[in-house]
Ligand binder design. Structure first.
Ligand code: EPZ
Length: 425
């Protein structure tokens, strides 16, 4: 039994957060880069990894497959996949996280074949991998899926090709990059996702000797290379973690300086917060967030980067609950990412959900309650709601939060939050 599931977070809210928080490395860059080390028969040193469960699970999967994994310090690991055997990842571990689907691209890239358990991950609607498969088949693989495994085999070897994705997919874009980086010939991915973590994966693979250009645009060109060599690489800061703390500052009417950020990655979040009346001061590698006037409602539609990130949707909903007037929240990326609103309604939020849209009426305050995390970002949103609410709020299911936030309780406590973890029983 995962001990986290026996724990809850207890918050005595209503206090402004004041101080400084340092952002950790980006989870959604760290995971594909860790699995990307499978492509390298050499030692890679990866720096600025967030200290989170998903990173631990990913490293354990690789170690289990024969990789040598050495922790050099709290956020730095050496990974040597020289002696890894393909097709033998642990089904139990793979099912713990969605990002394990990057094993498919990495195994195809290294062996020309893959055999991996079907991915798990946050449950908000169906999360198919048809575009990943479209890319693998275009590269020459025959792909077969039974209930619990995905098998891909390039019977005549991989060959560079053109792939036009039917929809913008972060996972499919990165998975094809992994599969194609050593595929003979040239692969062009069109209608590619443009997230900063896609650029980070491309930069990591290029540092290992890859020849990838165009990452960050909707057209990525990959010239297959014979092999990759080891390197030292530092992960980019987590824009979603930073955005979560920006909203914490606004929701508690506090003043936070959030360091180790790339302000450009936060542009859509900053723009929406300013539209609501939040003050944001940008430095080279930090943002300062505080409130000088009352929050007003706003309309937000989540979009692929550089639009407003879907991973900030639940957190933004909390701020909308506390703003005066009406807000519209349109989730255009996932089918069913509003399950958390039932938990906010238990705290007195006025939210009406209709399919992919939520209509939110601001209230002067929420009321404390015992709620639970329904997924990773929803769990973070419940923490924000508790911090903004007078009285004691308890949040169950916190293992979902620990998956993706490095020392959330410690970082918030460092800025004056009355927040602790306790046994849930
Ligand atoms: C990644 O998920 C992230 N997860 C998600 O973050 C994030 O919300 C999402 O990208 C969008 O930014 C990881 O990186 C591990 P997609 P992913 O493929 O790759 C549909 C978090 O909280 N789709 O861009 O699964 C899909 O159903 C997590 O850190 C297909 O239809 O996202 C969704 O509606 C939550 N077919 C949309 O596209 C496919 O083959 C975007 O999904 C692939 C995706």
């Amino acid at each position: 039994m995962n001990i986290h599931s026996m724990e809850k977070i207890v918050i005595r809210g209503g206090k402004p957060l004041v101080g400084e928080i340092e952002t950790s490395g980006m989870k959604n860059a760290a995971l594909p880069i860790i699995f990307g080390c499978l492509l390298v028969k050499d030692r890679c040193v990866i720096e600025n990894l967030p200290d989170i469960d998903d990173v631990d699970v990913s490293l354990t999967i690789l170690e289990d497959m024969g990789a040598k994994v050495e922790r050099l310090d709290r956020t730095t690991y050496a990974i040597d996949a020289t002696n890894v055997r393909g097709g033998c990842s642990s089904l139990a571990l793979v099912r713990k996280l969605r990002a394990s689907y990057y094993l498919l691209g990495a195994e195809i890239g290294r062996y020309g074949k893959a055999y991996v358990g079907s991915p798990g991950g946050c449950d908000f609607g169906c999360r198919p991998i048809d575009q990943h498969i479209k890319g693998f088949e275009a590269l020459g693989c025959t792909v077969r899926m039974d209930g619990s495994y995905v098998e891909a085999v390039a019977h005549n070897g991989l060959k560079g090709t053109n792939i036009f994705f039917d929809l913008v997919s972060v996972g499919a874009t990165m998975n094809v990059m992994l599969a194609a980086v050593c595929a003979p010939g040239v692969t062009v991915i069109e209608n590619a996702a443009r997230e900063p973590h896609i650029v980070d994966l491309a930069n990591f693979l290029n540092t290992c000797g890859g020849q990838i250009s165009g990452a960050g645009t909707d057209t990525i060109k990959i010239k297959g290379v014979d092999s990759l060599h080891g390197c030292t690489y530092a992960i980019i800061p987590d824009m979603i973690e930073a955005g979560t703390y920006m909203i914490a500052a606004a929701a508690t009417k506090g003043h936070l300086k959030i360091t180790n950020v790339i302000p450009r990655h936060l542009e859509s979040i900053t723009a929406k917060l300013c539209e609501m009346g939040v003050s944001v001061v940008e430095g080279d590698d930090f943002v300062e967030v505080f409130l000088e006037k009352p929050l007003t409602g706003v309309n937000v539609k989540t979009m692929p980067y550089p639009g407003f990130p879907t991973d900030m949707q639940p957190q933004m909903a909390v701020l909308m609950c506390l703003a005066s007037g009406r807000s519209n929240l349109h989730e255009s990326v996932f089918d069913n990412r509003f399950r958390y609103t039932e938990e906010l309604i238990r705290m007195g939020a006025l939210i009406k959900v209709d399919g992919k849209r939520a209509l939110i009426e601001g209230t002067p305050s929420l009321r404390p309650a015992r709620v639970r995390a329904v997924d990773l970002r929803a769990g973070a949103a419940m923490v924000l709601a508790g911090l903004a609410t007078e009285g004691e709020t308890e949040i169950d299911n916190i293992q979902l939060i620990e998956r993706g936030y490095d020392d959330l309780v410690g970082k918030l406590r460092g800025c004056g939050a009355d927040i602790r973890k306790e046994n849930a029983v």
